[in-house]
Design a protein around this ligand. Sequence first.
Ligand code: BJW
Ligand code: ZN
Length: 246
Amino acid sequence: MHDLRKAAEALAAAQRVVVFTGAGISAESGVPTFRDALTGLWERFDAQTLATPQAFEDDPELVWGWYEWRRSLIQRVAPNPGHAAVTTIQNRAPRTVVITQNVDDLHERAGSRDPIHLHGSLFTPRCAGCAHPAEVPAATEPDEGRRLAPPRCAHCFAPIRPGVVWFGEALPEQALETAVQEATACDLLLTVGTSGLVYPAAEIPKVATMFGATVIQVNPQPTPLDATATINLHGPAATILPALTE
Ligand code: BJW
Ligand code: ZN
């Protein structure tokens, strides 16, 4: 494939790389994405009643149970060759920064250094009242739909909430600032497995384009980022990313 060769050459020549990932990079590990037809989480679950601050206020047991189900699912799966290839890229070009929208820990488990989690993490719960970081509870492995009472804060007794960014919440300020800064300064941005529909994260590849970087997109489906990308590689991450680093 001509585009694959062109992309591999551009990647090999780049000094300063940003790898920007979404749920699609973890799909082949067995982690459901959000918006894929049939298998996406938002096909089966209602985002408004699970992934908003109001949802947690209204029904903390429903929300906490759902996130504990997702955390336990992630603990049972492993990084795939796509995550491993990202680590290879980072090892080859040490100024590579991994910016992920994912709340899983598969980049870390594949050996990537300090990924920036724009939408938080399932492994950093905190108090909903005083924001004090909480211990990650022992794995409970609840079923999909099981309600579970959230633990209580040791300081103020308010419920503990998942450390993720819900709709309507601000992204972690430092993470967003660093991500934008890296996007302006990189010479190549590789966007992998994101629908590019959720803002402000979806601005990151656009910022890189605006500041003159080559943007390579890896996704089996077309996305709104096709227009932004210099090269579109239509295929699954666990195949395309290793091929890019061969
Ligand atoms: C493969 C593959 C394979 C499949 N290989 N690829 C401007 C316009 C319109 C709306 C807004 C706007 N600005 C803000 C908003 C509102 C909102 C928003 O963007 N809404 C849109 C959906 C319309 N944004 C927010 O609310 C954000 N906050 C905010 O703006 O705050 C403002 C504020 C400022 C100051 C004070 C207060 C407020 C927060 C957004 C938080 C998003 N949260 C979620 C849930 C996290 C927790 C959880 O996990 O439950 O984050 S939503 C969900 O979407 C999750 C993801 O990180 C995010 C992005 O999804 P992603 O990763 O792209 O996944 P999918 O499923 O969409 O796509 C997967 C892709 O993979 C597909 O393209 C597949 O084809 C592909 N794929 N297999 C490679 N094998
Ligand atoms: Zn507290």
